[in-house]
Design a protein. Sequence first.
Length: 219
Amino acid sequence: MKTWNVMLVDHDRLFSAALGTLISGGPFRVCHHAANVDDAQAAIAQGVDPELIVVALQEGTADDAGGVKRLRGATGARIVVLADTIADRTLSMSLKAGADAYLNKSMSSESLLRALQLVMLGEVVYPTHVASLLIANVNERPAPARAQPANNELSKREVQILRCLLAGQSNKAIARNLHITESTVKMHFKNVMRKINAQNRTQAAVWAIQNGLSPLVSA
């Protein structure tokens, strides 16, 4: 079984220890506990090489997105934000900063492990209402210049793929919804990422929302 190295970032040592015990019960191995983002960055600079970083946020914590953004710049690890509550602003900012998932601490242990495994398989995991939150966040400010694909315009199928992504669908679900193979979905995603200069599914989702796309609901 594949095992992934995990770094936990949380000032609450008791919660961090309990979370570490829970995570270690699945295909994960906790390689480092950090009290905050600064400690996490220092550990990475000293050679700690996590494949997954779980950042536990407390309600009212300042510069949440800034910490996620700094971690994104310091490592290629997948990053999961684990929050006390699903706060709209923190959710939106965390995803835009490069988080691969935004999860609630109150979720069941089974759901948490399943979500972490999905993240490590390349999925972006977030609440189903994230699209509307991001749209609201964009609408609160003056509209920026609409980003355009770096090369060719997106095809109709590529637009459908992005709309399915906004609906939170996995590659398998997208393939089923569009009546194509999963390998074809992956090919379209690769082309989309290249055209819009996105490095992960989160950036692709944010680009799609900023360019006026809406979630595509399964039939």
